[in-house]
Design a protein around this ligand. Structure first.
Ligand code: PEP
Ligand code: MN
Length: 367
């Protein structure tokens, strides 16, 4: 088999979309009826969306949820394509879905988070896609925060010769209550970028946030951190949606969000940025010099404590010091949590250095 590398994957382009503009995919979580699908598509096309999404096979976490209309929805997507000229995208989770979607001329197939977590399913899908260079494939991150699992899913598709390949970051499941439905863990898609520098990586703020009020903020973070576009769920009557109703927005609201988003240049404005970075470098040099000076003083104190047979850690002094630093930090506009973490870390290193003096250097490797 020819070897295919994620490193060679090139950015996706779509007819009618400028290559420098974010790729926006929008549409309902699920195609529910022909009318609902077409209404959403017309409204979204009306606000300039060029790629329409709608799930027809819906993997629900719990049985009894709306599991999608199935193959019956394929002609609705074909109608969307014919009537609006939009490219159409749907989720596939089995070989049967892949064949049905390809036969219907669906432009973009995506694998959901429950599918990309399953190497057997991904391999079956990859095999079914072999020879279909025309189709665009997007792989959402697996439910669990495991970069290798995501990379493996992408690699399987890549191995089957698909070159129009991209990834979608939709956050990760986590136990317990969090403000977002799925934890973004942004470092994971950033790390994915390192493995596949040219590959299109989109963000799905709808599934990360789980509530429509978070979409704008999450989208802005995505654009600010170099994602190539967004997949956003949109329904003409979100509160009546059969799946994911809390996180869908009307096409009108979506237009408002998109109009307000700031798209930043990927090429830095050199002069200004260089000067600002120079300032950051200067601050860091100063910080390190001050820290080194502080540790010298700490060691002197350590010598004094040792000669006078005093304990290294004096809790009352530590409490007073933290309290005073928090107040000082606060007056300088630093958040308590940040000041506390920095001071704890510095204090820990001071203690470690003093213990070295007391006990010799190899005795406290962890502190
Ligand atoms: C979806 O896009 O509607 C969906 C089910 O997504 P995910 O796989 O990210 O949960
Ligand atoms: Mn959904």
């Amino acid at each position: 088999m020819a070897s295919h590398s994620l490193r060679d994957i090139q950015p996706l382009s779509f007819p009618g979309l400028e290559s420098s503009a974010p790729i926006i995919i929008a549409g309902p979580c699920s195609a529910e009826t022909e009318e609902q699908t077409l209404d959403a598509a017309r409204a979204l096309s009306g606000i300039g969306i060029a790629i329409f999404r709608a799930g027809i096979w819906k993997p629900r976490t719990m049985p009894g949820g709306f599991e999608g209309v199935g193959d019956r929805g394929l002609p609705w997507l074909q109608d969307v394509k014919r009537e609006t000229g939009m490219a159409v995208a749907t989720e596939v989770a089995t070989v049967e879905h892949v064949h049905a979607a390809l036969d219907a001329g669906i432009d973009i197939l995506w694998m959901g988070a429950r599918t990309s977590a399953n190497p057997f399913a991904m391999q079956d899908i990859a095999d079914a896609l072999q020879g279909h260079q025309e189709v665009t494939v997007l792989v959402k991150n697996p439910l669990n925060p495991d970069l290798d699992l995501w990379l493996g899913a992408l690699q399987r598709i890549c191995n089957s010769g698909i070159t129009r390949l991209g990834a979608v970051h939709r956050g990760f499941s986590s136990a317990g209550e969090h403000i977002y439905r799925n934890n973004p863990q942004w470092h994971i898609p950033f790390e994915l970028r390192r493995h596949a520098p040219g590959m299109t990586i989109l963000c799905d703020p709808s599934h990360i946030g789980g509530k429509r009020q978070y979409i704008e903020h999450l989208s802005q973070i995505a654009l600010d951190t170099g994602f190539d576009g967004l997949m956003i769920e949109s329904h003409c009557h979100p509160d009546e949606a059969l799946s994911d109703s809390a996180q869908q927005v009307t096409p009108d609201d979506l237009k408002g969000i998109l109009d307000r988003l700031v798209v930043r240049s990927s090429a830095p404005v050199e002069d200004e940025l260089t000067l600002l970075r120079q300032q950051i470098d200067d601050c860091d040099h100063e910080l390190l010099a001050v820290l080194a000076r502080r540790m010298t003083v700490s060691r002197e104190i350590g010598q004094f404590k040792k000669s006078n047979n005093l304990r290294v850690v004096q809790p009352a002094r530590y409490q007073d010091m933290i309290k005073a630093r928090l107040e000082e930090g606060n007056s300088l506009g630093l958040q308590d949590h940040f000041t506390q973490q920095v001071m704890q870390c510095i204090h820990e290193e001071s203690v470690r250095q003093q213990l070295d003096l007391f006990n010799g250097s190899s005795s406290n490797p962890e502190l």
